[in-house]
Design a protein around this ligand. Structure first.
Ligand code: 0GY
Length: 297
């Protein structure tokens, strides 16, 4: 079964698997893919002039077909950097989902209270602060902190950074006055195992506050060994076990920027029991935690 319909535009990156396998693992009812994106459709929702990559269309229909194929029920759509601070494509996906999606916005930190409320009404429940220089031109900490202090009630901040800047970011992260979700665990080097320096540094962050959550995501980005991503499973399973109720999971579809070793989304889902081995932890990871952050408020 082919779920994707690349637009055939040679200048646009197709970063997703063309025929993902049907996973053996069956997610629990209500399961939420808590980290995915949409691209366009470009004709309706053009990319930002500042986009660092230009993808082919990967719109809501494709996302929801994948959701159904993987056995998931709901999505959290994170505004991708290629759309800049215009959240129209993400809001469109939320609308098209008929209540089965929520979103995380990327905004100009000077956004008004009125516009934040409009994003809330459109299904957004958080803002993303992206510190990856290859994706964004600037990440203004002071302006981010100001924004974090005036978010709509119940919102949180999603932070994306790489392990080498975690120490530098600690004072900033400590000052954020709302809960936080860390994308891809701050991209640790998983090849050093569960007690490697990056994982230890990340644990220190988690120990510093009880309202920091993390996404146990992206074995394809973090594990250079490739499928079946043994280094990822080995490093991440103890983290999920040691911080119960603080982990989310997502596909990262359509895998922005990935051009080599594009992951099979069915294989990604098949990994879930390796990081959450029992039914109770799977339910926490896939339903309870993401529902509490995105659907119950
Ligand atoms: C991810 C990772 C990446 C890209 C983006 O917004 C984005 O463009 O998030 C990346 O290139 O590492 O989380 O999807």
């Amino acid at each position: 079964m082919t779920l994707v319909q690349p637009q055939g535009d040679g200048e646009r990156i197709v970063s997703w698997h063309r025929s993902p396998s049907k996973p053996d693992f069956i997610p629990p009812p209500g399961a939420i893919d808590a980290h995915c994106h949409v691209f366009g459709p470009e004709a309706q929702f053009p990319f930002s002039a500042k986009a660092k990559y230009l993808p082919a269309d990967a719109g809501p229909d494709m996302l929801f077909a994948l959701r159904d194929r993987l056995g998931f029920s709901r999505n959290v759509v994170v505004q991708a950097s290629c759309h800049g601070t215009d959240n129209a494509a993400t809001l469109n996906a939320i609308t098209q989902s008929n209540g089965l999606a929520r979103g995380v916005a990327v905004v100009d930190p000077a956004i008004s209270a009125y516009d934040l409320d409009a994003l809330h009404d459109g299904g957004m429940r958080g803002v993303r602060f992206n510190f990856l220089k290859r994706l964004v031109d600037d990440a203004p900490k002071d302006a981010f902190l100001d924004l974090a202090g005036r978010l709509p009630k119940g919102w949180h901040v999603v932070v994306y950074f790489e392990a080498d800047i975690l120490d530098e970011l600690r004072p900033f992260l400590a000052s954020i006055p709302v809960p936080m979700v860390i994308d891809h665990m701050g991209r640790p080097d998983v090849t050093c195992g569960p007690d490697g320096p990056d994982m230890r540094a990340f644990r220190t962050l988690l120990d510093s506050r009880s309202d920091i959550y993390f996404k146990a995501t992206c074995p394809d980005r973090l594990d250079p060994g490739g499928p079946p991503w043994d280094a990822f499973a080995n490093a991440v399973a103890p983290l999920v076990a040691d911080y119960p109720g603080r982990t989310l999971w997502g596909t990262d579809w359509p895998h922005p920027n990935m051009q080599d070793a594009i992951p099979d989304d069915g294989a990604l889902v098949g990994m879930i029991p390796r990081i959450a081995p029992d039914v109770a932890s799977q339910r926490r990871l896939l339903v309870d935690v993401p529902a509490s952050l995105y659907f119950d408020r």
